[in-house]
Design a protein around this ligand. Structure first.
Ligand code: BGC
Length: 734
């Protein structure tokens, strides 16, 4: 049945005056708009039709569900139409539901996980991926996506690093804008192929102590502003409609009850007037955190802090009206929250057409279509990072290849937050490689071991196929549940059985390529020194096997660059490139053997730094030039360099510009990314790259939180990764 065949309820219209509507609402109806419940609470959802069971668990009534404002996790055009229709038949004032869901890196066409998209450094494709995700989600009835997740991440023990784009505030902010633009565009009323975005998790969720999920975050205001806040702000500058709170504390107060963060910073200072939604259960969690004695106090703190929608708990619906009666909560706060919710419904055109773009027929045509899969493949190619290559890659097609490992023939390549994606429809590595080899040789395949367990038979099969081959390709990694929410790990190596598999196969003395499918920077001990080549594929999404095979056989040239450092070992964590120096740095002219800032047993440097990634091309950089050695507030300087491709194939180099402030008012990072260019060069081709650096780019948050630059000495660096060392000195004169 198509959308057009539905009778829209008479009581809805797009000219609805939201303020007048609020005047007609009872206090209970208003408060019910503020609860968000998951799909099983709604009549009409396929296979559910519930409404009775779960409401007891929340102590709410059917009436509340009928008056509720939004649904969590709803998708599928026909389901959405059914639920919305049933809802409107129960809702006195005909107020439609907002359908929200986690469409994070694709709807059914799954793109690489965000950490992988980060490694593409490609804002246009990132935006395109969000646009496609929005189009598929919208036709399937989704109105709002809980994305982008823009938390800055430094600790690979935290499972949710997979959802973020990395450790750099500048790059994260660019991705944040690109994603919001892709999801929303700039006309949600008329462009029904887009959905509203909800940036999350505000704020600083990525700084959880020890990388343990939901754990304490305690940062100075300066750290927050310098590193953690820019990407959220960038989303809002791009017009992001919603913000989600984070689970963690911020300076001792859980974000969801934190007025300083939400009312003062988000609403007053940044002027955000959209909907603020709690994360799942985060209002009631104020009790466990220990800032609310009961649900009533939790409701009081959250509404005062500015939270409009309470996700999946019922503190608001069960307590706000008595708080209003007791004059502890001003009803104006509730009206304000309802106004924001109804305004978004109006902007999305839901009063005119509550089904919006939901259309079961169009859904069939659009979702998972060829055009979308092409973009997914292209972004997956660009997201993989070549970590090591001792002349092994690309593979030739005329050799006998043994493909071994738990990811050889696995559809578990979509990564977390791909709930509408199907593992069965994902292209596995064996499928991708076979597509390349048909007409050449036969690929031999063995599982070798499971992800965390192995049998003697698996070992034997692996050894047998490897013995017969010229080259071994090992497909290893973490299963996707080892990443994402509530998936912190203290040991970030590959599971032991997979390291054992490497050892067993190594004993055959054959060339070995490792392809990694995982969601966090790993401790690569046991892999890095053993493999001849390593391709970090992350979770590449629906087209995984094709994209990886494109790279392995050289039909595509790796161009991904890490946006999160790979630690030497977990003991270094957190380790990130934009750190501060100490008073006793290693390697300084007067550095001692002892009594400098170092570990006794491991280096200070990560194994693989931010910005790093290899290519099949060989790029050379000329000496960089400065247009002047002094900069003023009105006269920027220009920095230029020539990059040449001395290799035999076309490739993309990512030229990176870093700056260090040598005499800050507070200590400054040893390097900060300020700009970059991705440049494609054919074999033998050169390009002159020029960066313009302005005084504004040198501004940062001082001890009094003013955002300004310091006169004095600076050093710039231009190169292929954050480990570039050639210094270009200049002065800022003010
Ligand atoms: C996660 C959010 C997500 C929400 C709704 C929470 O547990 O932290 O990122 O958007 O669930 O699914």
């Amino acid at each position: 049945m198509s959308n057009e065949n539905h009778q829209f309820p008479d009581k809805t219209n797009n000219r609805v005056n939201v303020k007048e509507l609020i005047e007609q609402m009872t206090l209970d109806e208003k408060i019910a708009q503020l609860i968000q419940l998951a799909v099983p609470f709604y009549e009409g959802a396929v296979g559910e039709g519930l409404i009775t069971g779960p409401i007891d668990s929340l102590g709410i009534t059917e009436e509340t569900v009928h008056n509720s404002g939004s649904v969590l996790g709803m998708a599928g055009a026909q389901d959405v139409i059914n639920v919305q229709r049933t809802h409107l038949s129960h809702n006195r004032l005909g107020i439609p539901l907002l359908m929200m869901a986690d469409i994070v890196h694709g709807f059914k066409t799954i793109f690489p996980v965000p950490l992988a998209i980060g490694c593409s450094w490609d804002m246009d494709l990132a935006e395109k991926s969000a646009e496609i995700a929005a189009k598929e989600a919208s036709v399937s009835g989704v109105h709002v996506t809980y994305a982008p997740m823009v938390d800055l991440v430094r600790d690979p023990r935290w499972g949710r690093v997979v959802e973020a784009t990395g450790e750099d505030p500048y790059l994260n902010a660019q991705f944040s804008r690109a994603f919001v633009k892709g999801f929303q565009s700039d006309d949600l009323t008329n462009n029904l192929d887009r959905v509203a975005a909800c940036v999350k998790h505000f704020a600083a969720y990525g700084a959880a102590e020890a990388g343990r999920d939901y754990n304490t975050v305690d940062l100075s205001d300066r750290q927050m502003r310098e590193f953690y806040l820019p990407a959220y702000k960038a989303a809002l500058d791009e017009g992001c409609e919603m913000v989600m709170t984070s689970f963690n504390t911020v300076d001792g107060i859980p974000a969801t009850g934190n007025s300083k963060l939400m009312r003062k910073l988000l609403r007053e200072e940044w002027g955000f007037d959209g909907i603020l939604i709690s994360d799942w259960g985060a209002v009631r969690e104020l009790i466990a955190h220990g800032i609310a004695a009961d649900e009533s106090e939790a409701a009081l703190k959250a509404i005062n802090a500015g939270v409009d929608i309470e996700m999946m708990t019922s503190c608001y619906v069960n307590h706000l009206s008595e708080l209003v009666e007791r004059n502890e909560v001003d009803v104006a706060l509730i009206d304000e929250a309802v106004l924001r919710i109804l305004n978004l419904k109006k902007k999305l055109g839901l009063f005119e057409n509550p089904y919006r773009a939901a259309d079961p027929i169009r859904e069939q045509e659009i979702v998972f279509c060829e055009d979308h899969l092409k973009v997914a493949r292209s972004l997956a190619v660009k997201s993989c990072v070549l970590l090591k290559n001792e002349g092994m890659l690309p593979l030739t097609r005329n050799q006998r290849i043994a493909l071994i490992g738990p990811f050889a023939n696995s559809g578990d390549v979509l990564g977390p937050w791909s709930w509408t994606g199907s593992k069965d429809e994902a292209v596995t590595l064996v499928e991708g490689m076979n597509a390349k080899l048909s007409g050449y040789v036969t690929l031999s395949v063995a599982e070798g071991c499971g992800i965390e367990t192995a049998t003697e038979q698996q070992w034997q099969e692996a050894l047998a196929v490897a013995l017969d081959a010229d080259t071994i390709v090992l497909a290893l990694g973490e299963h996707s549940d080892m990443n994402g929410e509530a998936a912190s790990r203290s040991n970030i190596q590959l599971p032991h059985v997979q390291l054992e598999l490497i050892q067993k196969l190594k004993s055959l003395g054959k060339p070995m390529v490792v392809v990694l499918f995982n969601g966090r920077p790993l401790d690569l001990h046991g892999v890095y020194e053993e493999a001849d080549a390593i391709l970090e594929a992350w979770y590449p999404g629906s087209q995984a096997g094709h994209a990886v095979a494109d790279l392995l056989f050289g039909d595509e040239n790796p161009s991904g660059r890490l946006t999160m450092s790979f630690p030497y070992s977990v003991g270094q964590v957190p380790v990130y490139y934009n750190a501060y120096n100490t008073g006793r740095p290693q390697g300084a002219p007067d550095a001692q053997v002892r009594y400098v800032s170092q570990f006794l047993d491991i280096p200070n440097e990560p194994l693989l730094p931010f910005g790093f990634g290899l290519s099949y091309s060989k790029f050379e950089f000329s000496e960089a030039q400065l247009s002047a050695t002094t900069m003023t507030e009105t006269e920027p300087i220009k920095l230029s360099i020539t990059v040449s491709n001395k290799g035999s194939v076309t490739g993309v180099e990512t030229v990176q510009l870093y700056v260090r402030d040598m005499s800050g008012e507070v200590v400054r990072p040893v390097k900060e990314l300020k700009d970059f260019r991705r440049v494609e060069l054919q074999s033998g081709e050169s390009a002159d790259i020029e960066f313009t650096l302005t005084e504004q780019q040198l501004r940062y948050y001082h001890s009094d939180l003013t955002h300004e630059s310091d006169a004095g000495a600076f050093v710039a660096f231009i190169g292929p990764s954050s480990s570039v060392n050639t210094e270009l000195k200049f002065n800022l004169i003010k």
